[in-house]
Design a protein around this ligand. Structure first.
Ligand code: UDP
Length: 323
């Protein structure tokens, strides 16, 4: 039985679906603060928070948990700059609580949702796993703290973990059943599509004076289905006895904010008015990785890597969302 903590969120629910398709039995544990109950397909569901020790202990007592995948976290850079304590409480204290419970029950396999934000301003592009980690915001810092805690837990308790450092997850399941819908929405591609649908008047471009060819930030967008697939491979690797490690997950293709808006205009055939706005605090100019390590060691093969496919699947979902 695989415990998916935060499995009702955008990425967690996609992983639950693919775990199920790969033949794993899952339990989803989520406080539904940001997640959607309807997003959890074919999994036992338990409502709960990672800070609730007694509920977690009960869950571990009643179920034979083989491994834990941990998606439950606050994940907005801007919000973390304004309220760092909330981020450290949920992302760090909450995860410590989850890890303590796992160790108490002898569960020693852990897949962790980490982020490109652990690197801060990159020293080189593409970013490699061995590059310095100097986060520029509390969100990235909270994830890096957990990575360090995980390394100590391996030394002390033999916990085996794989930390997956996501670049920009985007797109939606090809079935159209689940997709990205945050309330409130802050992410670039869903916001652009809301503009295309006439639900918003314009998309704000946060900063046009970055040291990039068109002055806007460059990001490495990765399809959520490919991202989920990397989790399944990481889980299988841990089960097969792989030692603890970290992987970057992206496609190696950087796209600027302006390029994403133009591509969305082409794909949707709709007008997307743009407002040039100030930079958002905590945003590095360029975040791109090659994922060579995940490709070589996990045998990961991204299938839906190009920006057109990412936006087209997101568009299919946004035109007809399930919630
Ligand atoms: N962005 C933007 N306008 C928006 C939302 C995002 O220009 O309304 C930019 C943001 O500054 C970043 C990129 O789009 O460079 C991706 O941001 P998003 O919030 O989607 O993901 P993040 O990089 O924060 O994980």
């Amino acid at each position: 039985m695989i415990l998916v903590v935060g499995g009702a969120g955008y990425i967690g629910s996609q992983v639950v679906k693919q775990l199920n398709e790969a033949g794993f039995v899952t339990i989803t544990y989520d406080n539904l603060k940001k997640g959607q109950r309807e997003a959890v397909i074919a999994s036992k569901f338990i409502l709960g928070d990672i800070r609730d020790t007694s509920r977690l202990s009960k869950l571990f007592k009643e179920n034979q948990v083989e491994a834990v995948m941990h998606f439950a976290a606050d994940s907005l850079v801007g919000e973390s700059m304004e309220n760092p304590l909330a981020y450290f409480e949920n992302n760090v204290a909450g995860t410590i609580n989850l890890l303590k419970t796992m160790i108490n029950f002898g569960v020693k396999r852990f897949i962790f949702s980490s982020t490109a934000a652990v690197y801060g301003e990159p020293q080189q592009i593409p970013i490699m796993e061995t590059d310095p980690t100097v986060p520029t915001n509390p969100y990235g810092e909270s994830k890096l703290m957990i990575e360090r805690i995980l390394a100590r837990c391996d030394e002390a308790y033999g916990l085996k973990y794989i930390s997956l450092r996501y670049f920009n997850a985007a797109g939606a399941d090809e079935s159209g059943q689940i997709g990205e819908a945050h309330h409130p929405e802050t992410h670039l591609i869903p916001l652009i599509l809301q503009v295309a649908l006439g639900q918003r008047e314009a998309i704000k471009v946060f900063g046009t004076d970055y040291p990039t060819p068109d002055g806007t930030c460059i990001r490495d967008y990765i399809h959520v289905v490919d991202l989920a697939e990397a989790h399944i491979l990481a889980l299988k690797a841990l089960i097969a006895g792989k030692t603890s490690t970290v992987y970057n997950l992206g496609n190696g293709n950087g796209h600027s904010v302006k390029e994403v808006i133009e591509a969305a205009g082409r794909i949707t055939g709709r007008k997307i008015p743009v407002i040039e706005a100030r930079r958002r605090r905590g945003d590095p100019a360029v975040l791109v990785t090659g994922s060579t390590k995940a490709i070589q060691e996990l045998g990961w093969k991204p299938r839906l890597a190009d920006l057109e496919t990412i936006i087209a699947t997101a568009w299919q979902w946004h035109r007809n969302p399930s919630w």
